[in-house]
Structures are given as structure tokens and as C-alpha cells.
Design a protein. Structure first.
Length: 189
């Protein structure tokens, strides 16, 4: 699918506000790809589709999990949209938008939780989602500066702050987020 058609397919699935966020992530992801030598085309596609499934109902996600081939179905079902729209959303993108590139699908899958193992593209989408121009939270300027100088440091910065926020708000923490923390913040290999 060409960029224009992809943009339209994505826009149809979300609010104007979220679509603006998606375009901000795309702009940032392409800039990071150019900075660190990843494919700007893949960064663009992954960014445009990363939140494709974010506005689906819980019922739709639960059905997809039950019918899908997830190794941790019963655990996955305990979480919610925040986790599902990446982990399960990647499969919606694959099936509905015919995106077969595994690097792109991995970046979508990991965009909220990160992972102990992350490719350059995974890191770019994870970080771009956090620092895109529409984001406005204390520390976002620091995160932006770090991102364009050291992507691994940016992954660590984001993970640490996200986890702190989850704990502060007593939000469930998906185990993969802990793995991301141990690898990129603490440095356990
Ligand atoms: Fe997201
Ligand atoms: Fe996002």
C-alpha cells in the first residue's frame, strides 16, 4: 500500500487527535531513522500503523486473543487496551493492511512495552511514540535531546519514566516492561 492509501486506512480508524499523534510519530521516526541509519520507509510505515488498533473495543481484542496463536493467552487477557493495541494490534495491521514485513510488525508489537531484545527500528518507534512533537510532559525536552544523541539512552530514559508512572498510578505492569527495564535501564544482559 502506498503512503497515501495507508494514511487513509489509518485515519478512518481513529479520532482526529490520535491521527495527529500518528503523524507526529511518523515525522519523528523518519528523522530518527535518518539520524541512526535505519530505513526511513519502514520507519514511516511502522509509525503510521503503530496505533492502528488503539480504538478497537475490548471485545474485539479478547476475541482475537482467544482465536489467535498467542503463547500466553490467559495472561494476555488479564491486561487491557494499553497492552493489546500493540501486541495484538500488530496482527490487525498484518491481516487488514497486508503488511508482512516482520521488522515493521515487531516495531508495532513492542511499541508500548519495549523488550529485552530490540532492533534499531523497534527502538525508533518506541522512542518516537514518546517524544513526538505533540507530547507535552515534564522531561519531554530532555528525552528529545537524548533521543537524537543516543537511542539506547533514550530507550532507558523512557522505560524508567514509564515504569515509574505505572507504579505511581498503580497500573498493572506487563512482564515484558520489566524485561525492558532490566535490560535497558539496569543493563542486565
Ligand atoms: Fe500506542
Ligand atoms: Fe502512539
Amino acid at each position: 500500500m502506498k503512503r497515501e492509501a495507508l494514511m487513509q486506512a489509518v485515519q478512518m480508524r481513529m479520532s482526529e487527535k490520535r491521527f495527529k499523534h500518528v503523524l507526529g510519530v511518523e515525522e519523528t521516526a523518519v528523522a530518527l531513522a535518518e539520524r541512526f541509519g535505519a530505513s526511513p520507509e519502514k520507519a514511516s510505515i511502522a509509525a503510521l500503523t503503530h496505533d492502528y488498533a488503539k480504538e478497537r473495543s475490548d471485545e474485539e481484542f479478547q476475541l482475537a486473543i482467544e482465536q489467535g496463536s498467542y503463547s500466553n493467552k490467559s495472561e494476555l487477557l488479564k491486561y487491557g487496551n494499553a497492552i493489546w493495541h500493540g501486541v495484538v494490534g500488530a496482527d490487525f495491521v498484518a491481516h487488514e493492511l497486508q503488511i508482512t514485513d516482520q521488522e515493521i510488525l515487531s516495531a508495532i508489537r513492542l511499541h508500548t512495552t519495549g523488550g529485552a531484545e530490540m532492533s534499531l527500528l523497534d527502538k525508533i518507534i518506541y522512542v518516537a511514540d514518546y517524544i513526538e512533537p505533540g507530547r507535552n510532559f515534564p522531561g519531554v525536552e530532555d528525552a528529545r535531546v537524548i533521543a537524537f544523541s543516543d537511542l539506547d539512552q533514550a530507550v532507558a530514559f523512557e522505560t524508567k519514566h514509564t515504569l515509574a508512572h505505572l507504579i505511581e498510578s498503580e497500573t498493572p505492569v506487563y512482564p515484558k516492561t520489566i524485561e525492558t527495564y532490566n535490560r535497558w535501564v539496569v543493563g542486565i544482559e
